[in-house]
Design a protein around this ligand. Structure first.
Ligand code: SAH
Ligand code: DHB
Ligand code: MG
Length: 298
C-alpha cells in the first residue's frame, strides 16, 4: 500500500462497514446535501459516531454545535440525547440551514434540534444573554478563523466536565506553515489556546482517511489540569469558570460543585484572581455571571 491516501481511504471504508451499520437517514443526508450543492465537508461516519459516543459518555442532555452544514454531525449528536435533551446548532447560511432542517426532520430528531441562522459569534452572544442552562458538549466546526473565539464563548456556557470538541485542527499540516492561510492560522491559534487556557485540559489527534489529513481536538472544560505527571496526593488545579445564574439554580450537581469551588476559592480568589488571564477576559461578563475562581489541590 504505497499510496497512503488511497490506503487510508480504504481503511476508513472498512472501519465504517465493520463498525457503523448502514443508516438510511444518514445516507439520505449525503444525497440531499449533494442535490442542494452543499460542499462534502461533513464529518466522516467514524467521526460522527465518535461525536455520538462522546456525547453518550458525557451523559449529554444539552449540546451546542457551531457549523451545521446539512446537519450530518447534528444528527449523530442529536441521536445521543435522551428524549428531553436539546441540541442548538448555529449556521450562517440560510440555504444550508434549510437543507439541514429537512434532513433533521427526516432523521426523526426534529423535537431535539434547534437550528439558529446567523453569524455564530452573534448567535453565541445572544445565547449567553439568555442565560440558558450550561451545555454538556460543544462541537465547533464552522469558520476556522473564529475557532478561538468560539472556544472562549463555549467556556462561558460550560460547566465542569463540559466536553469541547474542535474539528479541523490540523488542515493537512498547514497549521505549521511559516505563513499559514487564515483558516490554518485559526486552527493553530485554537490549539495554542487549548494548551494555554487554565480552565481547559486538552488533547488533539490527527485523522486520516475519507476526509484527508486533518485532526480533532477534545477538551473537557473547568476541570483540574493534570498534565501527565503523577502527583502524590492529586493534581493541582486552577480554573476559572462562570455560572449562568439560572443554571446554578436548576442543576443540583452543578450547584454543589459551585459551592465547593466557592468555598475553596474564597480564601484564595483574592490572591489569585487578578493573576489569571481568563478572569480578566471574562471580567466584562461579571455582572451577568456568578464568577467562581477555584484554586487548590484535589
Ligand atoms: N458540522 C457539519 C459541517 C460544518 S461545515 C457536519 O459535520 O456535518 C461548516 C459550516 O459552518 C458551513 O455550513 C458554513 O456555512 C458554516 N459557517 C461558516 N462560517 C460561519 C459563521 N461565521 N457562523 C456560523 N456558521 C458558519
Ligand atoms: C472545511 C471545513 C470543514 O469543517 C471541514 O471538516 C473540512 C473542510 C473547509 O471549509 O474547507
Ligand atoms: Mg469540519
Amino acid at each position: 500500500m504505497a499510496n497512503h491516501d488511497e490506503a487510508w481511504g480504504r481503511v476508513d471504508e472498512f472501519l465504517g462497514a465493520t463498525l457503523i451499520p448502514e443508516d438510511p437517514a444518514l445516507a439520505e443526508v449525503h444525497r440531499s446535501n449533494a442535490r442542494a450543492g452543499l460542499p462534502p465537508i461533513d464529518v466522516a461516519p467514524n467521526q460522527g459516531k465518535l461525536l455520538n459516543l462522546l456525547a453518550q459518555l458525557a451523559g449529554a442532555r444539552r449540546i451546542l454545535e457551531v457549523g451545521t452544514l446539512g446537519g450530518y454531525s447534528t444528527i449523530w449528536l442529536a441521536r445521543a440525547l435522551p428524549p428531553d435533551g436539546r441540541l442548538i446548532t448555529l449556521e450562517i447560511d440560510p440555504r444550508h440551514a434549510e437543507v439541514a432542517r429537512a434532513n433533521v426532520d427526516h432523521a426523526g430528531v426534529r423535537e431535539r434540534v434547534e437550528i439558529r441562522v446567523g453569524a455564530a459569534l452573534q448567535s453565541l452572544a445572544a445565547l449567553a444573554d439568555e442565560h440558558a442552562e450550561a451545555f454538556d458538549l460543544v462541537f465547533i466546526d464552522a469558520d476556522k478563523q473564529n475557532n478561538a473565539a468560539y472556544v472562549r464563548a463555549a467556556l462561558g456556557m460550560s460547566h465542569p466536565g463540559t466536553v469541547i470538541v474542535v474539528d479541523n485542527v490540523v488542515r493537512g499540516g498547514a497549521i505549521l506553515d511559516a505563513q499559514p492561510d487564515p483558516t490554518a492560522a485559526g486552527s493553530r491559534e485554537v490549539l495554542e489556546l487549548l494548551g494555554a487556557e487554565p480552565s481547559l485540559d486538552a488533547t488533539a489527534l490527527q485523522t486520516v482517511g475519507a476526509k484527508g489529513w486533518d485532526g480533532l481536538a477534545i477538551a473537557p472544560a473547568h476541570r483540574q489540569r493534570c498534565p501527565g505527571k503523577a502527583v502524590v496526593g492529586g493534581c493541582t488545579f486552577s480554573a476559572t469558570f462562570q455560572l449562568p445564574a439560572r443554571t446554578a439554580q436548576s442543576a443540583s450537581a452543578w450547584t454543589a460543585m459551585s459551592r465547593t469551588a466557592s468555598a475553596s476559592a474564597r480564601s484564595s480568589a483574592a490572591r489569585h484572581a487578578t493573576a489569571q488571564s481568563s478572569s480578566t477576559r471574562t471580567a466584562s461578563r461579571a455582572a451577568d455571571f456568578g464568577s467562581v475562581t477555584g484554586n487548590g489541590t484535589v
